[in-house]
Structures are given as structure tokens and as C-alpha cells.
Design a protein around this ligand. Structure first.
Ligand code: UFG
Length: 356
């Protein structure tokens, strides 16, 4: 395997992107970020650089802006790309499906075209367990038939097909699609974490904001599922493990041509009520919640068969649910209002693409 030297991270200021930046900087890579900050803050990149003790270069741009993207590729000797930038909320995607197709699929197409134009052929793609849909399987392996049930999931599924077709047509291309389950938690330092704009769609940031009093109580979506306590089951995985998985995937891109798919999960499921209990333990107070209707598009259960990545790459997650809750809570405690939204992009961490 050849280690890439300069890695472009799209969506690098976001939740998983920022943790992956820390991971790559810590392993000696040069990191270039493209992010439009539509659901992230450039402040996260300030914290990333302080944590890693090394600089990165960041550009504010929408991936669908081919001119902006082209300028970024022209300015850096990019060896590989890790592609996170996308919209990612199941419920929201049911309301605004065309935005999901436009941003997620359009952004990926634009990125692939620009990569081709600049002779960059290695990509790690941020996919999702939601491509499996509402399967009855106890553990979801990579061979499980895909059956996406929401526009968000379908957008990820389509992007995987785009990658497969691109790899088929251009034999120099190699791609790894990481289907991760539910990334939660935060960097153990508490300096970076999940800070979505507006009311959180995902359960963990919602819980942390309830715990600091920014929100009143958690709505548990659905208590009549055919599960032991009636609430939906997910495979929560620590974001630092997910970031580490991306670093390894980038290093394994040369192992084989074409598109390869790997799950990133723990193989351990937790219901929403079990998560509430674990989080209550971590924050030292009982989290207020109410049982409400199911959320359209939600799967009953999504737990990984995580054996392929262990077998082929010798990779395993290190953190358990208690650590995920502890670290998410630490980030929220240290940043009760999240990253400072009042301030605009800072000079040292964010330049507009036009300034290239
Ligand atoms: N949930 C609630 N209340 C909430 C939010 C969520 O009960 O306020 C429940 C959901 O119904 C689901 C579970 O908590 O049963 C997890 O929901 P999330 O919204 O946190 O995550 P999803 O399983 O919907 O997964 C989505 C994407 C994944 C992504 C994940 C984390 O499909 O690709 O969010 O970002 F990894």
C-alpha cells in the first residue's frame, strides 16, 4: 500500500470530518478541507489545528461549484479524497428530497469529474447503513441486499452506484465506501464534537442539548417497534473510531482496484431507551423524555456485522457506549452553546475558494 501524502477532505469542518482531520494530521498527512459551512463551523477547524498542533488549509465552497473545486485541485498535489460533504438527516430528507439528490448526488458527480480532470483516482466515500433499509437480518453484512427507505438513503445508494460505474469505466480509479452505522461521541478532549445548526435531527446531539437545558425533553420516536423495549435499535459507534477507520481506508486504497464496501460499526445494538439510560449515567441526571410517534423513514433495527473490516484490515472499534456518552457530554459541557456562531470564518482557517 502507498500512503497518500495530501488528502482532500470534503465536509472537513463537520462532525466526522473534523475528527478525521485530527486523525490525519496526527499521522503526518497534509490536509486540505473544502466545506460550505452550511451545517458546520469554521471554528471547528481552529480547534482541529490546535488539537493536532499542525495547520491545514481550508476553502469555503460548495462541491457543485466546479470552478471553485477546480481551483482547489489546481493549488494542491492531492493524492486522495475523503468525501463527507452531504446532507445527512433521514427525517429532513423526507421533507426536501430534491435538495438531498441535488446536494449529495450533484456534489459527488462534480467531485468525481474534478478528480478525473486532475488525475486524482483515489476516493474514500462516506456512505451509510441506511442503504440496507428495514432488513430483518440480525446483523447487517455488506452482502445484505440494499433497500433504501428514504431520499437520504437513496442518495447514498446512488452515489455508491456512481462510484462503481466510475471504477468500471476508469480502471485507474479505486474507491472504498464506508457504510457506517450511527457515529456519536466526540473527541475525548471535548474540543471538537457534534454541533449541528438549528434543532438537532440526530438523537445524541438532541440529548446533549436537553441535558444542558437548551431543549426541554427528548421525543423518543416510536415505542411500538417489535424490539424488547419497543424503541428502535441502532449500532452507535464512537466518532474517533469512525475517523480512524477513514484514515485506514485511505491507506488501503491501493490494495485493490474498483469499489470496495466496508461496514463501520461495533456489532452491538442499543435501543433509544438504552441510549437514554447510558447518557443519563454519563451526565449524572435523568434525561427527560416522552414517547411519541414513529419518525417516517426510520428502520426498526440497524446493527452491523462488523467482521469484514476486522478480517481484511484487522480493524476494530475501541470505544463502548459509555465512552461515547461520556465524550459527547464532555463536548457539550465545555461548549454549552456549541461553536461560536456569532463570529464569521477566521482568517487562519478558512479562505474562500476565490482566494486560491
Ligand atoms: N431518535 C429519537 N429522537 C430524536 C432523534 C432520533 O428517538 O430526537 C431515534 C430515531 O428514531 C432512531 C435513533 O434515535 O431510532 C437514531 O436516530 P438518528 O437520527 O440519530 O440516526 P439515524 O439512525 O436516523 O441515522 C442517521 C443517518 C446515518 C447517520 C446517523 C448519525 O441515517 O447515516 O444519522 O448522523 F450515521
Amino acid at each position: 500500500m502507498t500512503k497518500p501524502t495530501t488528502v482532500l477532505i470534503t465536509g472537513g469542518a463537520g462532525f466526522i470530518g473534523s475528527h478525521t482531520c485530527v486523525e490525519l494530521l496526527g499521522h503526518g498527512y497534509e490536509v486540505v478541507v473544502v466545506d460550505d459551512y452550511s451545517n458546520s463551523s469554521p471554528r471547528a477547524l481552529d480547534e482541529v489545528q490546535k488539537l493536532a498542533g499542525r495547520p491545514l488549509t481550508a476553502y469555503q465552497a460548495d462541491l457543485r461549484d466546479r470552478g471553485a473545486l477546480d481551483a482547489v485541485f489546481a493549488a494542491h498535489p492531492i493524492d486522495a479524497v475523503i468525501h463527507f460533504a452531504a446532507k445527512k438527516a433521514v427525517g429532513e430528507s423526507m421533507r426536501i428530497p430534491l435538495d438531498y439528490f441535488d446536494i449529495n448526488i450533484g456534489g459527488t458527480t462534480s467531485l468525481l469529474r474534478t478528480m478525473r480532470a486532475h488525475g486524482v483516482h483515489k476516493l474514500v466515500f462516506s456512505s451509510s447503513c441506511t442503504v440496507y433499509g428495514s432488513s430483518d437480518a440480525t446483523l447487517l453484512g455488506e452482502d445484505e441486499p440494499t433497500a433504501p427507505t428514504s431520499p437520504y438513503a437513496r442518495s447514498k445508494w446512488v452515489c455508491e452506484q456512481l462510484l462503481a460505474d466510475t471504477c468500471d469505466r476508469y480502471s485507474e480509479f479505486s474507491a472504498v465506501s464506508l457504510r457506517y452505522f450511527n457515529p456519536v461521541g466526540a473527541h475525548p478532549s471535548g474540543r471538537i464534537g457534534e454541533d449541528p445548526r438549528g434543532v438537532p435531527n440526530n438523537v445524541m446531539p438532541y440529548m446533549t442539548q436537553v441535558a444542558v437545558g437548551r431543549l426541554e425533553r427528548l421525543s423518543v420516536f416510536g415505542s411500538d417497534y417489535p424490539t424488547p423495549d419497543g424503541t428502535a435499535i441502532r449500532d452507535y459507534i464512537h466518532v474517533v473510531d469512525v475517523a480512524d477507520g477513514h484514515r485506514l481506508a485511505a491507506e488501503r486504497l491501493d490494495d485493490a482496484p474498483g469499489l470496495r464496501v466496508f461496514n463501520l460499526g461495533t456489532g452491538v445494538g442499543a435501543s433509544v431507551l438504552e441510549l437514554v439510560e447510558a447518557f443519563s449515567q454519563a451526565c449524572g441526571k435523568t434525561l427527560p423524555y416522552e414517547l411519541t410517534d414513529r419518525r417516517p423513514g426510520d428502520a426498526i433495527r440497524a446493527v452491523a456485522d462488523a467482521s469484514k473490516v476486522a478480517r481484511e484490515w484487522g480493524w476494530q472499534p475501541k470505544y463502548d457506549l459509555a465512552a461515547m456518552c461520556r465524550d459527547a457530554w464532555r463536548f457539550q459541557t465545555l461548549n454549552p452553546a456549541g461553536y461560536d456562531r456569532a463570529a464569521g470564518p477566521t482568517n487562519d482557517s478558512a479562505r474562500t475558494a476565490q482566494e486560491v
